[in-house]
Design a protein around this ligand. Structure first.
Ligand code: FAD
Length: 365
């Protein structure tokens, strides 16, 4: 893990602000990280991956989050795609497709549609058998990393259930339209994807059979939630470092900002946020590594809490840096925009709360 973290630090350097302003990460950077297996480091060694545990992959993801949330978002997408292939692919599909993802191919995941946001049961994309082929039609929105991707994991209706299909972005009928000027994670390659009579070999359907849509999305989203939660830990850590550094160095009213108690309270709250989010992520990753039945709930809890803490911590950091933090592309200004989006993706605040409320109610049944 240390070696991969050092590679991330070296590749990002001081470039994250520039990528944010430009709205893109250089493709060669992503390819290099992909080839080293950093973008989906949990893929087992037997498939060419780094075979990191959930906990180590989580800390690596947090490290990426301290450096650049756009890059961390690309990691989340690549990891979620790899996990979906690992979980649902046949032996042949796992061997071929996971090897590609650890050799530099880039992947994205496409669930959301214009009428299927929080409610994924409304997915309308169709996957229809036609001899040895399948034909896809649909409209996906806001797919992170799609603008960079070689392959999309597309979720659609198939036979009497659903399927995830590996769709090359270069296949005829696929149009990738980048989302113009997203609020945050501006260099994460968000794009809408149009699928117009996309004909592919039937071997591109993961598992080759239909599965329940709820199972498919829950399993993929569990990886995504855990990854986003760790990414939020990274945002909080970056904000805490920036705020504490500034509060020590900057003097007003004859003493460092840190010695003004109202500023110190912001720092204390950010520290609590970092510790709390980290512990919840460690717990959820522990559930992942031990294949605990608690995993699904633990990942929702970690994502919900970490995203909320990241949004508050980023806001507090901008407050402490004040004019010095109010520069577009700067660490805390980026964090402020990026963190807000973490409260929307992989289950919004409200959707997470509904799931957590169910857990609360289970206690008295
Ligand atoms: P809506 O579902 O329309 O919700 C609008 C508001 O209503 C929200 O606040 C929501 O919480 C609330 N709401 C909805 N239903 C309820 C309810 N039952 N009770 C209470 N409140 C409710 N999608 C992908 O497929 N792949 C990706 O890689 C991806 N990446 C993304 C990255 C970013 C930065 C963003 C912003 C989005 C991304 N998405 C992606 C889409 C994302 O999953 C959806 O935006 C998210 O699920 C919310 O859907 P929506 O935006 O349509 O909002």
């Amino acid at each position: 893990r240390e070696e991969l973290a050092a590679l991330l630090s070296e590749e990002v350097g001081d470039r994250a602000g520039g990528w944010d302003l430009a709205g893109a990460i250089p493709l060669e950077t992503l390819r290099r990280l992909g080839t080293e297996g950093v973008l989906c480091a949990e893929v087992p060694a037997e498939f060419g991956g780094r075979g990191l545990s959930g906990l180590d992959n989580g800390e690596l993801t947090a490290h990426a989050g301290t450096l650049c949330s756009s890059l961390r978002s690309v990691m989340t997408s690549q990891g979620m795609a790899a996990w979906t292939i690992q979980r649902f692919g046949t032996r042949e599909q796992r061997a071929k497709e996971l090897a590609a993802l650890t050799r530099g191919d880039l992947a994205a995941v496409a669930f959301s549609e214009p009428q299927a946001g929080s409610d994924l049961s409304a997915i309308a994309t169709t996957v229809v058998d036609d001899g040895d082929s399948v034909v896809l039609n649909g409209h996906k929105v806001w797919s992170t990393a799609s603008a960079y991707a070689d392959v999309l994991v597309v979720f659609g209706r198939y036979q009497d259930g659903a399927a995830a299909v590996l769709v090359p972005t270069r296949a005829p009928g696929v149009t990738v339209r980048p989302v113009p000027q997203p609020l945050g994670c501006r260099a994460a390659g968000h794009a809408d994807v149009l699928l117009d009579d996309v004909r592919l070999p039937a071997t591109r359907v993961l598992s080759g059979a239909s599965v329940s849509l709820g199972l498919l999305t829950t399993i993929a989203l569990t990886y995504g939630r855990l990854s986003v939660a760790w990414g939020c830990v990274g945002i909080i850590r970056a904000c805490l470092t920036a705020a504490a550094t500034h509060a020590r160095a900057r003097e007003q009213f004859g003493k460092p900002l840190a010695e003004h108690q109202l500023v110190a309270r912001h720092l204390a709250e950010m520290y609590v946020a970092e510790q709390t989010a980290t512990r919840l992520c460690e717990h959820a990753s522990g559930c992942w590594d031990s294949r605990s039945a608690e995993l699904s709930g633990a990942s929702v809890l970690a994502k919900h809490a970490a995203a909320g803490h990241a949004a508050h911590a980023a806001s507090a950091a901008v407050q402490i840096l004040a004019s010095a933090g109010s520069v577009d592309g700067g660490t805390v200004a980026r964090a402020y925009r990026d963190a807000k989006l973490m409260q929307i993706i992989e289950g919004s605040e409200e959707i997470c709360q509904l799931i957590l409320a169910e857990r609360a109610l289970e206690r008295v049944t």
